[in-house]
Design a binder for this molecule. Structure first.
Ligand code: HEM
Length: 140
């Protein structure tokens, strides 16, 4: 019985240490509030950037921002659920190429800089986003 209690405590201790470690990156982005600000600033950039703005004519920007906050939160191991659409279908037929993708990523980087996200934390997020190019592009 005592052994079982110890085992249970150990599991709890490990679980909370794990939760803290996982939370760290999300916290460096300022949690949900910070992410919302970053995505707002990112879209100010995206919509005034001639390389990306044309893609968003008639796009539901408010919705995209909400879904992107959820998605980034999940990527940063935050306590969120992504309720948006599948990336491949969402972006299909939009002629997104490498240049447009890189431009959008730069617009995100400026927003992260503006909001004081540490450089190594920025890189961790960018490393998670980079492989998503395969899902959003539909040109080589
Ligand atoms: C890793 C890169 C990207 C991520 C994580 C991402 C994420 C998202 C998300 C979460 C949505 C909303 C999905 C929904 O409505 O449920 C969305 C929509 C959209 N994205 Fe992206 N996106 C990326 C790259 C791009 C790029 C490079 C462009 C164009 C320059 C782009 C243009 C759009 C447009 C136009 C929509 C609206 C589509 C519609 O509702 O008809 N995205 N994206």
């Amino acid at each position: 019985m005592i052994k079982m209690r110890h085992a249970a405590l150990l599991v709890l201790a490990l679980a909370s240490a794990h939760a803290r470690a996982d939370d760290a990156l999300y916290k460096q982005f300022g949690e949900k509030e910070g992410l919302t600000k970053i995505v707002d600033d990112m879209y100010d950039n995206v919509l005034s950037d001639p390389r990306t703005a044309p893609y968003f004519d008639n796009a539901p920007v408010r919705r995209i921002k909400q879904k992107l906050v959820e998605q980034l939160c999940v990527l940063l191991d935050g306590p969120c659920v992504y309720t948006g659409r599948d990336m491949k279908r969402t972006h299909a037929g939009q002629n997104i190429d490498r240049a447009a993708f890189n431009a959008l990523v730069e617009d995100l980087q400026s927003a992260m800089d503006k909001n004081g996200v540490p450089f190594h934390a920025q890189n961790k997020l960018l490393a998670k986003l980079a492989p998503m190019y395969r899902e959003v592009q539909d040109r080589e």
